[in-house]
Every structure is written in structure tokens, then in C-alpha cells.
Design a protein around this ligand. Sequence first.
Ligand code: PBG
Length: 331
Amino acid sequence: MTSTNQHLSLFHRPRRLRRTASLRRMVRETQLTVNDLIYPVFVMEGENQQEEIPSMPEIYRYSLDLLLKEIADAANLGINAVALFPLISTEKKDNAGTESYNTDGLVQHTIKAIKQEIPEITIITDVALDPFSTYGHDGIVKDGKILNDETVEVLVKQAISQAEAGADIVAPSDMMDGRVGAIRQGLDAAGYFDVGILAYSAKYASAYYGPFRDALESAPQFGDKQTYQMNPANSQEAIKEVALDIAEGADMVMVKPALAYLDIIRRIKEYTNLPVAAYNVSGEYAMVKAAARQGWIDEKKVVLETLTSMKRAGADLILTYFAKQVALMLR
Ligand code: PBG
């Protein structure tokens, strides 16, 4: 082993496999594909309307007609699934979120329309009360507390009404105890055996949700969500939540947010054989967009690096507002 450096006697040289682009492609371990992407979308009442969310540049709330175009676009780019979130007008909100299971509601209409117009796309619906709640909380409020068991009853009705409208997968994001099992039982009793459950299992009380709450006008009107969402300091507890959701019948589990929780994604991936989803949330999106707009980072490269890191950590699926942009880049 002769080296120009008399202090080195190298037998192993990892750089050999990084020397050329083709070698680097050959030893690449993680490949992000369009099949990994789920596109979260926002729907609102009205016709021919779209509103950009100020804290989420290039992401819009759409009236149903324009949303259908947006989803058709996504489908044409090869995206398999959308996660649907509604902006509910204030006068339809109440403490018990009753609008959430209105068979004539915005979500139910939207599901039916998507199924009719773009049947190939998988529809994932959000099960939680916050968009429908006067208080912006994920459950029924009494004396400043969030009621668990009473809320779960409403969530079951909400999930069944979404299934009835044609949802493929319901995704409880509320973090009430026992809701996955109750929803599974409710769906089965109503004959919706084939509707799956994507459980937001390890959902943290995160400051990264701010822009999303702007989009849905759903910020909590008092307090915060720490009595139901998890403490960002905890990791063991994520396994406890995942174990319960699996026992209760979840088909897939989720970690949310994603970027600050890559260690949790990895632990859960090692714990379960179920598909693991990660939610690249609104605040993560906003940070990248903000820095890119200042010219401080290379947006495309940062986006690909970030999503690839989530996949490397163990995510099988990634919910991301970058879905269309990434689908285009991956072409
Ligand atoms: C609420 C819900 C939230 C998000 C998805 N579902 C916000 C919250 O828990 O307050 C956040 C998604 C994002 O930030 O992109 N059930």
C-alpha cells in the first residue's frame, strides 16, 4: 500500500464507491418514488374559488370544482392518494362537531365528487372534530376539558358518514383514547369492512401545525392540545400508542410531525410490520418555502433531501404539501 501520505496505510477506501455518478446510483440505498406520496388538500364552500394560504405559499384552499382539477392534476402526475381537510364556515361549527357527520356536508359531497370524477385516486379522510368545533379542539369541550368517550362516539359517526360517501381510508387524527377500536367496530357494524384505518398513532403536541390551523381557521380558542397530543419529549410512549392502535385494528400507523421525529419513525418501523406513514406537516413546508424565497437554500434539493431522509428513517408513505412538486421532479 503506497500512499503519497506516509502516515496513511489505507486498505479500505469508501470513496471508491462514490467516484462516479453510475457507481453512486448503484449503491444508493433509498429511493423516493411517486408511490410514496400522499397529497393533503383543503376544500372550502363555493364555486370557482381558490385562496392561497399566506403561511403556506402555493398551497390553496379550493372550492370543490377547482379542487377536482387540482386532484386530477395530481393523479396525472402519478400521485395515488389525497388526504382531505375541510374549511368549515363558522356558523356550521358547534361544540360537538355535529357538522362532521352531516350526510350533506362539505366533506361528504367532496368525497362523492372525487369518487365520481377521479375514481382511481385513493381518498383518505381526516377523522377529528377540530375543523367543526367552535373551540378548535379535537373533541367535545366541557368545563375547559376535552371529553374522551363522548368524543369517540361522534368520531365513529363521522367515520361512518365518510365511508358511506366513499372514503377508502379514514384517518383519525384526534388522539382520543380507544377511537381506533371504536371506529373499526362502527365501520364493520355498518358493513364497511373494506374501509381501512390509517391511525395518527404518534401525534405530537407540536408547534409545527400553525400554518395548517391558518388554512382551516381551526386554532384552539383556549389552551393547547397537550392533554391529548403527545409530549415531544417522549419516545417510549409512541410505541405504547402504536401498540394500542394496532391491537384496536389500525391498518397503517402514522408519525406526525416527521422531520423533528425521524427517530420515532425509525423505532416504529422496527416495531411493526404495518406500513408506516410520516406527515411532513405545514410548519415543515413553511420553513422550507420561507428560506427558499429568501434565496437562502436550494428548495428542490432541500425538499428531496428531506423527504428521502424520512424514507430512510423508515417511512413507507409521506403526506406532504410538496407532493405535486416532487412528483414532477421525479419524472
Ligand atoms: C387536526 C389536525 C392537525 C393537522 C392535521 N390534522 C392540526 C392539529 O392537530 O392541530 C396538522 C397538519 C399540518 O400541520 O400540516 N386534527
